[in-house]
Design a protein around this ligand. Structure first.
Ligand code: FAD
Length: 377
């Protein structure tokens, strides 16, 4: 398997590096991390610049290898990452690209790529997280619309989103995996109430979403009625398989900064800490190689990533937590200062083994679908 980049890909890298060098100095200062509307404007503005320069499609609609080069170069240059565009660019968009009709692709994909539309994900419910197919939000057909009533939770970016990829139960009598549909719900529809939830890190990045007889056109259904579980597996395979890839590059940068900080503040003399950072370096290097391997596999076999993404998600989310534990060791008492980036990132790293499917669930998937072990009870 070829893991090196070709001359043509290296030429893409050089062009991108040059463009970033001229474009980044023009960017306004990053907004306050607690100001979500300002963060939306900033992230969408950056996506628009990428789009205008021909890089807007890079996350799903082009060569996967170019995407890796894009991630390496943007991180190296300190460019913003997808931010508020996370769901639209990294899993709702790719799902519509794979499963939507030509009209749906035309209607929803360009606004995401242009930075004009922000999406959120309305999958989880109070009693349907890991067991997602137990969801109870009902959609009853009324003419050319579904009337949706229910309660979603942990909906990241709900307050600033224009659209929601929403799972609803369209047949309450069918077996639980068979009565689900995947809808695109406009977040300004009457009957939607968004109630923010505050995290340990102090941000209100996700919310509860209450749905009271919200009318969603039948034309907004992606996939057939009651076939939403199959579409959901496509979304989850992007969410677990490729959505976090860019963050591995960011973790490699943080690791480099940690080593430099440790040298400056004297902690580098501690051999246990040095060994810890060295082991993390090896782990992130291995994860990057795993990504390259997954990408070459996906390029060879088709557009939708396979269950190998669960292997990646499982290892990555634990490595990220270890990285920020190491950051706390490097910072010492300063690790308690929530005004600083690493301490805040440390708290949010705790969520990585839960969000997008917990580690226990990923282990079940790896055991059953990757290793072919017998299904648990
Ligand atoms: C930061 C963050 C952002 C999120 N953003 C979104 C979002 O935008 N949209 C959205 O829809 N959801 C979102 N989620 C929700 C997330 O996907 C769920 O929290 C997750 O799937 C777990 O579901 P739960 O919280 O209901 O836990 P539960 O399902 O109640 O699980 C509790 C514990 O039991 C374990 N467990 C459950 N079943 C099994 C089993 N069969 N085998 C072994 N262990 C099991 C779980 O692993 C977990 O440790 C987000 C979560 C976080 C933390």
């Amino acid at each position: 398997m070829e893991l090196d980049y070709s001359a043509e890909e290296e030429e893409f890298r050089a062009r991108l590096r040059h463009w970033l060098g001229t474009e980044l100095p023009k960017l306004p200062a990053r907004p306050d991390p607690l100001d979500w509307p300002a963060r939306r404007a900033y992230d969408c503005g950056w996506q628009r610049r990428l789009y205008d320069a021909g890089y807007g499609h890079v996350h799903w609609d082009g060569s996967p290898t170019r995407r890796l080069i894009f991630l390496e170069e943007t991180e190296r240059a300190g460019a913003p990452y997808v931010g508020a565009g996370f769901v639209g660019l990294l899993h709702a968009g790719p799902t519509i690209a794979a499963e939507g009709t030509p009209e749906q692709r035309e209607r929803w994909l360009e606004p995401v790529l242009r930075g004009d539309a922000v999406w959120c994900q309305g999958f989880s419910e109070p009693e349907a997280g890991s067991d997602l197919a137990s969801l109870r939000t009902r959609a009853v057909r009324d003419g050319d619309a579904y009337v949706v009533t229910g309660h979603k939770i942990w909906t990241s970016h709900a307050e600033i989103a224009d659209w929601c990829e929403l799972l609803v139960r369209t047949d309450p009598d069918a077996p639980k995996h068979r009565g689900i549909s995947w809808l695109a719900m406009p977040m300004d529809a009457p009957g939607i109430t968004v109630r923010p939830l505050r995290t340990l890190a102090g941000t209100a990045e996700f919310a509860e979403v209450f749905l009271d007889e919200v009318r969603v056109p039948v034309a907004n259904r992606v996939g057939a009625e009651n076939d939403g579980w199959r579409v959901t597996l496509v979304t989850l395979s992007f969410e677990r398989g490729t959505a976090f890839v860019g963050e591995v590059v960011a973790c490699r940068r943080v690791l480099g900064e940690l080593a430099r900080t440790a040298r400056k503040n004297g902690r580098w003399d501690d051999p246990v800490l040095r060994r810890r950072l060295g082991r993390l370096g090896a782990e992130f290097q291995a994860l990057w190689r795993l990504i390259q391997w997954n990408v070459s596999e996906a390029a060879a076999t088709g557009a939708v990533p396979g269950t190998g993404g669960s292997v990646f998600k499982l290892s990555y989310s634990h490595a990220r937590q270890e990285l920020y534990d190491a950051a706390a060791a490097v910072l010492g008492p300063d690790a308690l200062d929530l005004g600083r980036e690493w301490p805040r990132d440390r708290l949010s790293s705790l969520s990585y083994t839960i969000a997008a499917g917990t580690s226990q669930i990923q282990r079940n998937i790896v055991a059953e679908r990757v290793l072919g072990l017998p299904k648990g009870r």
